[in-house]
Design a protein around this ligand. Structure first.
Ligand code: AMP
Ligand code: ZN
Length: 476
């Protein structure tokens, strides 16, 4: 069988360089994504990470890989600090909304996937909530204790980082010194043997009002945050993984701890490539859920933005650069998007596709994606192609093909907008006609008929308002 050409390169945080991607198994990719902590809506910063990870997955599929992607849902155990300090995020959400933790988890998991749908982010092949996998966590922790990588102290089980030759696997020497320094200031957990040790299982916690607790060999309690990603990825992808994704804030401590416990458990290297997306910032710095005041997809929609314009905003910048959000830039993106989809939507799609042109542009598009996921260059290829002198049918076929990766509704948005406008125009002429009839009924003092018209419109979701300037209407 012909071996697949390895033409994709991207930045591997583990080796600190852009590397050609070579999967463990020819033609197949085992990919894992850290999922959302479902105690609040995802903000558009979180969604930047998921958009760029979606792009990576689709680019890999586009060049021919068979990708299996797995994502967890963090519905237990995510403390805002990895010591037994900080707040439990799920509990915080439940208290805020006077609901149970599971109600909160269900609500925000649905909200997350609804946002992903609006941004054309594909749902991973497997989505697994942490609370589904408690027995797997217990098994891994038990094995780590037996292998002497974990210990019990003060009722909790900790991972012993001093057992590793190298714990700070992602960091250069100077970064390591900095990290150790920073951790000196952390509100210390006196149960730990080493400052960098982390909790695998809690039975004694500051959070005695925890709703979700399970039996374990070490007492009733709940898992730490990091263990879930190691277990869930192994459950569905096996002992060898190709790509693990997340935002840059996951590098330390989350991914560092995942590697420590996974490789100690397995006794061999676990994941070869680590793909990290840089942050979306607002003017005051990193956008974060804990700040409380953050931007969501619904907020953008309520201001009249099509969520896909935000996807375009993200694709126009490189995933390895911090991105600052601004409405001004979003407005410019919106205007560019309108023109783009109009241009594609009005192409004459009948006729022959020029195969040579098609292949040459597809190659350019792939080259941009394979070059460390250069999404803005991929969009430039799209614009260049639309300007080129070739039949409309070829342009349309290329736009359709590129959209398998870009997912910007390139070929469908224009028609959908026209249809929306058509419906609105039809509705408007109907409502205006009924308003005229109502006016006539009132003039003839047929108030019963006037009221009947008002009620008929109300049933159709149209509200009439009698104002000094005349009758106004709106959708209820
Ligand atoms: P969380 O729901 O907090 O667990 O985060 C979900 C994902 O969003 C993780 O991959 C984070 O690394 C990522 N993330 C968090 N804040 C940002 C941000 N401001 N910009 C981009 N990604 C982020
Ligand atoms: Zn994770």
């Amino acid at each position: 069988m012909k071996k697949m050409e390895n033409k994709v390169s991207f930045y591997n945080t583990l080796t600190r360089k852009v590397e050609p991607f070579v999967p463990n198994e020819d033609g197949k990719v085992a990919m894992y994504t850290c999922g959302p902590t479902v105690y609040h809506y995802a903000h558009i910063g979180n969604l930047r990470s998921y958009i760029m990870e979606d792009l990576l997955e689709k680019a890999l599929r586009y060049v021919g890989y068979d990708v299996k992607r797995v994502m967890n849902i963090t519905d237990v155990g995510h403390l805002s600090s990895d010591a037994d300090t900080g707040e439990d995020k799920m509990l915080k959400g439940a208290k805020r909304e006077h609901k149970t933790v599971m109600e909160i988890a269900r609500f925000y998991t649905d909200a997350f996937f609804s946002d992903c749908g609006k941004l054309n982010i594909k749902t991973p092949d497997v989505v697994e909530p942490a609370t589904n996998c408690i027995s797997e966590f217990i098994h891994m922790i038990d094995t780590l204790i037996k292998k002497d990588y974990a210990y019990e102290s003060g009722g909790n089980i900790y991972f012993d980082t001093s057992k590793l030759d190298e714990y700070y696997v992602f960091s250069s020497q100077s970064e390591k010194e900095l990290l150790v320094g920073v951790r000196d200031d952390v509100d210390e957990d006196a149960n730990k043997r080493n400052k960098s040790d982390f909790v695998l299982w809690f039975t004694k916690s500051k959070f005695d009002d925890q709703e979700l607790k399970w039996d374990s060999p070490w007492g009733v309690g709940y898992p730490g945050w990091h263990i879930e990603c190691s277990c869930i990825s192994m459950k569905h992808l096996g002992e060898y993984m190709d790509i693990h994704c997340g935002g840059v804030d996951n590098i330390f401590p989350h991914h560092t701890n995942e590697i420590a416990q996974s490789e100690s458990y397995l006794g061999h290297k676990w994941c070869n490539y680590w793909f990290h997306v840089h942050h979306l910032n607002d003017k005051s710095g990193k956008m974060s859920k804990s700040k409380g005041d953050f931007l969501t997809v619904s907020l953008l929609e309520s201001k009249g933005y099509d969520p896909i314009v935000y996807r375009l905003f993200c694709l126009q910048s490189h995933y390895r650069k911090p991105l600052e959000f601004s409405y001004e830039v979003l407005d410019n993106m919106g205007a560019a998007y309108d023109k783009l989809v109009k241009k594609i939507g009005t192409l004459d799609r009948d006729g022959e596709v020029d195969k040579t042109k098609f292949d040459s542009y597809r190659e350019k598009f792939e080259a941009a994606l394979c070059d460390d996921l250069n999404s803005s260059m991929a969009i430039t290829v799209l614009y260049d192609m639309l300007k080129d002198d070739m039949p409309d049918a070829t342009k349309y076929a290329l736009a359709e093909s590129f959209d398998e990766v870009l997912s910007l509704n390139l070929t469908t948005a224009h028609a959908a907008r026209e249809a929306d406008n058509g419906v609105d125009a039809e509705l408007e002429s109907y409502v205006l006609a009924r308003i005229e009839e109502r006016k006539a009924a009132k003039k003839a003092k047929d108030f019963a008929q006037a009221d009947a018209i008002r009620n008929e419109l109300l049933e159709k979701g149209i509200v009439l308002e009698d104002t000094r300037e005349g009758v106004k209407w709106k959708k209820a």
